[in-house]
Write a protein that binds this ligand. Sequence first.
Ligand SMILES: Cc1cc2nc3c(=O)[nH]c(=O)nc-3n(C[C@H](O)[C@H](O)[C@H](O)COP(=O)(O)OP(=O)(O)OC[C@H]3O[C@@H](n4cnc5c(N)ncnc54)[C@H](O)[C@@H]3O)c2cc1C
Ligand code: SF4
Ligand code: SF4
Length: 652
Amino acid sequence: MRIGVFVCQCGTNIASTVDTERVAEAARRLPDVVYSTTYVYTCSEPGQQEIQRAIEAYNLQGVVVAACSPRMHEPTFRRAVEKAGLNRYMFEMANIREHVSWISNDREANTKKAIELVRMAVAKLRFNQPLFPSRVAINKRVMIIGGGVAGIQAALDCADAGLQVVLVERKASIGGKMAQLDKTFPTIDCSSCILGPKMVDVAQKENITLYAYSEIESVSGYVGNFTVKIRKKATYVDWTACTGCGVCMEKCPSRKVLDEFNEELSFTRAISIPFPQAIPKKATINPKYCLHFTKGKCGICSKVCPAKAIRYDMTDEVVTEEVGAIIVATGYDLFDPSAYGEYGAGQYRDVITGIQYERILSASGPFGGHIKRPSDGKEPKDVVFIACVGSRDASVGRPYCSGVCCMYIAKQAILTKDHIPDSRCYVFYMDIRAPGKNYDEFVRRAQEEYGVQYIRGRVGKIYPKGDRLVVQGMDTLLGVQIEVEADLVVLATGIEASKGARELAEKLHISYDQYGFFMENHPKLRPVETNTAGIYLAGACQGPKDIPASVAQGSAAASKVLALFARDTIETSPQVASVNERACIACGKCIEVCPYGAIRWKELKGGIKKAEVLATVCQGCGLCNATCPPKAIQLQHATDNQILAEIEELCA
Ligand SMILES: Cc1cc2nc3c(=O)[nH]c(=O)nc-3n(C[C@H](O)[C@H](O)[C@H](O)COP(=O)(O)OP(=O)(O)OC[C@H]3O[C@@H](n4cnc5c(N)ncnc54)[C@H](O)[C@@H]3O)c2cc1C
Ligand code: SF4
Ligand code: SF4
């Protein structure tokens, strides 16, 4: 084989701590290497042209580029060699930036390591074979999981572009957390006034199929061709008949059901419609509280329902949808503040969370939009807000910033002053994070125009005094202990991954971080793609996010799907496992370990079983390859020969 080696300097990124000339010089002495050089920016247009020129001039049959991570530029260089007539798999990359120059300043050690990595890449390349992708047709339907503002935006953008959209929401209505908010920062516009029309749009678009009160059961397949099983949970009401008139709710005698939408500040009935603007506006029976289920009697809703929609015998139903791409937009949940015993959440009724305060502020909330204390319904005059409850605190396992709390506290303080002009608002904070457009100005308005008092420091204790609460903390700017008497305390509880996020990630074969937020493919360059082709992310499921960022990501994910669907067929990677049937002993270990379900039994003549890889499902993870006892499975482009050649070179 005739091999060319190109050692990139990456400006000074590599050249400042690696002697690239020496690496190129060492490469020149390797077997089969007929050309070796350095280049200042190999990924640049002239850098790629240099590779193409050398392929022609030296009749190269394989190319090694020693540069940055293959995650960054492997596709770039593969395209470059292909343009010059080489098969794109006759190319190898040695990462001498992230794995060498960026992790040590020891020039001598770095240069030696870079030489070793180049030797390994050349050794592997000598065993490379041309590989050819195959093409499969794309099913141009998209599934969106999660109907918060991010999922709604993605669904509408895809539907507007003419795609068939399947939207799966686990609650009885779409809308997510935004549907629970009163007004939104930094413009103080009414949340349901801006979200409501989008929700109605979802209901009215003929090309959107909405599965509310439903969850994902299983996902199989691959980019362009996913098969998703959806569990439609029993609502005990036939939604095709229910008109949302609410008569059942009115008459239901089981009235002590804590209202989830109102964050348990009020009661609803055993049969309920989640909120007046719900989409779909349909009733659902909660069997935990329904007297028909708990006591075997009642049946009032069935008698009064004018549409005869009640179905006590309804069971869950599993339906199957075939789609070509999936957008995950499952949002977030909120930190449970009872972890901070000193704040008395759950103990004192007038210590509430930020989302509960949103419901109190809302005209459709438990008190009709009048600010009242949960304990006695009195109007509070002194309201204390505490920031970072379950954010930026490693002691409760939440070292990250929740991103929205500083802003929503400022909003809620402004709204408190608007509702009760003679009220006094205090904010205990660590430091203020308001980096969005017009955000810092908004916080300043709260401080300067509305006179909200900001106290820099942590709260140590909250205790009752008569019918009020004393908030004891430290003013770290003045260096003094401080006590504020309050009628109401609002805890800005932090954002955490949505419940069940990890389980969903396993079903989708996507990664998640240590906190359960889904991982993007690249934090800067591929922020809405996952590591599984055809599956995208939108909104707070990827990390704390406000509404503008969630909407932007919803649209970004939709545009990725549209770009994917702009083609009729898709290339599948040939870097997949393949079985040598003669060597296979049919032990089934590969079938057990494959996380993608890409291996099945194939029956040969005489009833003999052998493992068979479904090339379109295989993701090339290599688990089967490493597990197979007789080494009957090989992963194309990472065969045992190739890996052993690299190891031998390293040990030589
Ligand atoms: C108190 C408070 C006040 C706020 N105020 C503002 C504000 O004024 N301005 C602002 O910009 N931002 C504000 N935010 C932030 C805002 O709530 C989020 O930016 C926004 O809700 C994120 O939207 P999302 O669609 O990503 O997630 P979500 O709103 O959480 O929606 C996710 C949806 O997915 C569904 N879901 C979850 N898991 C599954 C599953 N497995 N299968 C199917 N469906 C699933 C959920 O039921 C939900 O409907 C506030 C947040 C809080 C806590
Ligand atoms: S009474 Fe019947 S139609 Fe009306 S909301 Fe209840 S279930 Fe639906
Ligand atoms: S049957 Fe259940 S849901 Fe219907 S009215 Fe009675 S308690 Fe309410």
